[in-house]
Design a protein around this ligand. Structure first.
Ligand SMILES: [Zn+2]
Ligand SMILES: [Zn+2]
Length: 284
């Protein structure tokens, strides 16, 4: 009987465990030294950002001559100026050299290599971990953001720089003051620690956070964008954050819609047709 129960437990647990375990075993076998380094999470976030920004900026440069691509842009009649690309690239490079690189070196010098657990997280732990870290980050940034709009001194000193562009493009994502960059970086690092996430979950959350933050500013309403995938308007995403850059008293949450609904700060950018609306209009 005991044997049968064990068998039942094994069959119940095996599929969950086995899904991420092979990938985790591979990482541990072949890349253990690299991923244990305190520099690895920084490398992962920075390289994800560079790749995404390079891809979106290429699209921005191609959009004026590619009408089929331009029709996905929120502001189809105004193209991204090369001068704006150079200016935002300049501050992004400065932020990386002055804040991110020294913080990474400090971690590398003072933090010991991270111990790796033998077991991978189950798929449920992995997905709920990424979701929970994102929900908490959304809450933290909503209040930070609202405060930095409502207190004049905080706005002028720390957040106004991000609002120099009222029609954002991907490089505006990290067109930030040092304090805003630090706050965002701190929550991204602290949330998985508070929730005691597996390092695989932590890295996935970091990549996902960079992905959705860049998507918020990209200026494209692609069918695979989060706000077109997540149902019931729960994800504000590109249209709502783009609207925040035009109406700075609204849409303070970076990702989800619930805090702006609850706080009475939601603004639905109906003048900008979403991808679904565009398709609906075409059908009628
Ligand atoms: Zn923004
Ligand atoms: Zn703002």
């Amino acid at each position: 009987m005991q044997g049968l129960l064990d068998m039942a437990n094994m069959t119940l647990h095996l599929p969950e465990d086995s899904l991420l375990q092979p990938a985790w075993d591979y990482i541990q076998r072949h890349h253990e030294t690299s991923v244990r380094s305190p520099l690895f999470p920084v490398f992962l976030s920075v390289s994800t950002y560079i790749l995404l920004v390079a891809a979106y900026t290429t699209l921005d440069l191609l959009a004026p001559s590619w009408p089929w691509l331009n029709r996905y842009r929120l502001h189809q009649d105004r193209h991204i100026a090369r001068a704006s690309i150079c200016k935002t690239l300049g501050l992004t490079t400065y932020n990386h050299l002055v804040f991110i690189f020294p913080a990474a070196v400090a971690q590398w010098l003072w933090r010991p290599p991270i111990p790796l657990p033998q077991k991978a997280p189950t798929l449920t732990e992995f997905l709920t971990g990424v979701l929970a870290c994102t929900v908490i980050f959304d809450f933290q940034y909503y209040f930070w953001h609202m405060l930095h709009h409502r207190v004049g001194w905080l706005y002028r000193t720390f957040h106004a720089v991000h609002h120099q562009y009222n029609e954002p493009f991907s490089l505006v994502t990290q067109y930030l003051s040092g304090w805003e960059l630090f706050s965002v970086g701190f929550w991204t690092t602290a949330n998985p620690v508070i929730l005691q996430c597996h390092c695989l979950t932590t890295w996935a959350f970091m990549v996902f956070n960079v992905w959705v933050s860049t998507e918020d500013h990209c200026g494209y309403d692609f069918p695979w964008a989060m706000h077109n995938i997540v149902p019931f308007g729960l994800w504000g995403g590109v249209p709502k954050h783009d609207a925040h850059h035009q109406r700075p008293g609204t849409n303070f949450a970076p990702f989800f819609s619930h805090w702006d609904w609850l706080g009475g700060t939601a603004y639905d950018p109906s003048p900008i047709l979403s991808f679904k609306d565009k398709n609906k209009n075409k059908e009628t």
